[in-house]
Design a protein. Structure first.
Length: 247
């Protein structure tokens, strides 16, 4: 896997993508599968979407596994990671994609809203990575966390979201330093990513973006695939996938 390129750069490897049933997570899972990896995806309520994604992965000629997991529960996380390793035989790439997005006036954010945001966007990636640590260390593996442009730029109406993603960015760097040299850890931070049809608000963001368009799930997946196949020496990096919106 060290610095490999080409269509099947992850042949024989195993990857876990949290929240991989739909949207960005699905695109990431499909990109890893197209590169030859056997792919497990976690889901909570999106069983139908998870099963469809697994069928699509199977059509690529790789093993695929849907795992129902509650990422707010530490025991469920440990059991899910164990199930992935038992079925796929190893774990080489972990993508902490699952997350939540919400807006609220800063003065109106409740304790419950704050705690849920951090539990989903910061605590869960930590717990999944911790549960996967021994397996990734054995494989000389990779962790790719999905941060956000909002973790580097303050958005006034998304205070809890931005802060949770900023914490994930720092966690990524801490993991990279703590778990080197066996595991490389990097973070992909998407900007405005759209799915299908866009409304006027999204069009406004596209006009403000130097690349003159909003991002796609495939843009994010390509960045994840880079970190999954690039030289293992690349670690602790934060890659903005925002078309220059944050400049």
């Amino acid at each position: 896997m060290e610095g490999q390129s080409g269509a099947r750069a992850l042949q024989g490897k195993a990857a876990l993508v949290t929240g991989g049933a739909k949207r960005i997570g699905r695109a990431i899972a499909m990109a890893l599968g197209a590169a030859g990896a056997n792919v497990a995806i976690t889901y909570r309520g999106s069983q139908a979407e998870a099963e469809e994604t697994v069928r699509a992965l199977g059509a690529l000629g790789v093993k695929a596994l849907p795992v129902r997991a509650d990422l707010l529960d530490a025991l469920s996380i440990r059991e899910s990671v164990a199930a992935v390793v038992e079925t796929l035989g190893r774990l080489d790439v972990l993508v902490n994609n699952a997350g939540m997005f919400a807006s609220a006036k800063l003065e109106s954010i409740t304790v419950e809203q704050w705690d849920e945001m951090f539990a989903t966007n910061t605590r869960a990636p930590f717990l999944v990575a911790q549960a996967a640590h021994a397996h990734l260390r054995k494989a000389g593996g990779r962790i790719v966390n999905i941060g956000s442009l909002g973790g580097a730029h303050p958005w006034a109406t998304h205070g809890h979201y931005c802060t949770s993603k900023a914490a994930l960015h720092m966690l990524s760097q801490t993991m990279a330093k703590a778990w080197a040299p066996e595991i490389s850890v990097n973070c992909v931070a998407p900007g405005m990513i759209v799915q299908g049809e866009v409304d006027e608000a999204y069009a406004e963001f596209a006009e403000r973006t130097p690349m003159r368009r909003n991002g796609t799930s495939e843009d994010v997946a390509a960045a994840v695939l880079f970190f999954a196949t690039a030289p293992h020496f690349i670690t602790g990096q934060l890659m903005m996938v925002d078309g220059g919106l944050g400049l």
